[in-house]
Design a protein around this ligand. Structure first.
Ligand code: ADP
Length: 402
């Protein structure tokens, strides 16, 4: 069955068409600048060249129509007509406490997603618009919601509660939710396969290091802690997000510069992280790495604080799980930066981790990058959130048809 995976952002739609049987990607693409001057479609059929076209897209519904037209285009399309698309899997950022696994989309599910909009005001409304646009254009095709928060719903209370008056949890569900759950789940399962051991016996730490970054403790197949919180601002130092800070900083800076809390939060989301630490040099780790190697002080400062934050969480999660069998690196930085992995792992010599320099420089495949020994194994595992969404969508839809 062909599964269309849709990921709607505030002004973009990313999509992939995946054959659930072979698990091969048939086509992928991106609509960007939706509702803005210069909106365009970038489309790559399997084995074909990337095509870019300026197309007017006033809103997400028009963008989804453009996606479906591209997929059924007689020349460059991937399928003959829409009847060849068996189901649609939607990536949904926030499921609150309502969803601990993927679910078939009904009116009730849509309402629950809308109810979580105050927790993810940029993402959930866009995700909903994407669902409704697909429903309008493919009314008989089943739709599935796959939540970024779902995998983390197994966290115990001591991991997800904040030490603020309990009524904020009771009244408004203020708690740690965690994000990138689809990636943490996918990478944990792959790690078990690579290690040749049952997931249910393993204590894993998954470092999802991309532009946004989060780290999870996965004990016996279940998430027991994760670094992102009520929103994706908490935790590790990221591209432009601060990660953990003293909350008193918000009022302090607001008073100093006559800003509102909202303005300070915008700064913490968009102007902080390695971008802020490098004094605005770059949020892109490729630039930072090059500059770091060349001795640039701004890049050095940013990288040191970033690496320090990852090391700290690995130590904390090892203690929380009373040990760790494997540490996994994934996402843009985690998969592609031998230098950053090397710097992190050098601090873990106390765990008897010795890095295999040859394996550490391999790209694009799941590899063990630690030398054999008594310490935990270290793995690099390319994440594939779209494939995971397609698998979960197919499992639900196939289950319904039985
Ligand atoms: P997101 O999905 O959060 O946007 P990604 O997982 O795609 O993020 O990761 C993007 C980040 O990965 C960027 O900061 C980019 O610089 C970094 N990255 C990609 N390739 C490399 C590389 N070869 N070395 C270091 N960093 C890299």
């Amino acid at each position: 069955m062909n599964i269309l995976v849709i990921n709607c952002g505030s002004s973009s739609v990313k999509f992939q068409l995946i054959d659930s049987e072979s698990e091969k990607r048939i086509a992928k693409g991106l609509c960007e600048r939706i509702g803005i001057e210069g909106s365009r479609l970038i489309y790559t059929p399997a084995g074909g060249k990337k095509l870019t076209a300026e197309v007017k897209m006033a809103d997400h519904r028009e963008a989804i129509a453009v996606v479906l037209k591209a997929l059924t285009d007689p020349q460059n399309g991937a399928v003959k007509d829409l009847s060849e698309i068996g189901a649609v899997g939607h990536r949904i950022v926030h499921g609150g406490e309502n969803f601990s696994k993927a679910t078939l989309i009904t009116d009730e599910v849509k309402k629950a997603i809308a109810d979580c909009s105050d927790l993810a005001p940029l993402h959930n409304p866009a995700n909903l618009v994407g669902i409704e646009a697909c429903e309008a254009l493919m009314p008989s095709v089943p739709m599935v919601a796959v939540f970024d928060t779902a995998f983390h719903q197994t966290m115990p209370e001591e991991s997800y509660l904040y030490a603020i008056p309990y009524r904020y949890y009771r009244d408004y569900r203020v708690r740690r939710y965690g994000f990138h759950g689809t990636s943490h789940e996918y990478v944990s399962s792959r790690a078990a396969v690579v290690l040749g051991r049952p997931l249910e016996e393993l204590k894993l730490i998954v470092c999802h290091l991309g532009n946004g970054a989060s780290i999870s403790a996965v004990k016996y197949g279940k998430c027991v802690d994760t670094s992102m919180g009520l929103t994706p601002l908490e935790g590790l130092v990221m591209g432009t997000r601060s990660g953990d800070i003293d909350p008193a900083i918000v009022e302090f800076i607001a008073n100093k510069e006559g800003k509102s809390a909202g303005e300070v939060l915008r700064m913490l989301n968009k102007e902080s992280g390695v971008y802020g630490l490098s004094d605005g040099f770059s949020s892109d780790f490729r630039d930072l790495e090059d500059a770091y190697e060349a001795g640039n002080e701004n890049a050095k400062r940013a990288m040191e604080v970033y690496i320090h934050s990852v090391i700290k969480y690995i130590g904390a999660y090892t203690a929380e799980m009373n040990g760790v069998d494997a540490i996994c690196f994934t996402a843009g930085v985690g998969e592609n930066s031998p230098i950053i992995r090397d710097r992190i792992l050098h601090h873990l010599a106390y765990m008897h981790i010795v890095i295999d320099e040859v394996e550490n420089h391999k790209r694009g495949e799941a590899v063990v990058i630690s030398m054999p020994g008594p310490g935990p194994k270290v793995l690099v595992i390319p994440t594939n959130e779209e494939l995971s969404i397609a698998r979960q969508t197919f499992a639900l839809v196939a289950g319904e048809k039985k």
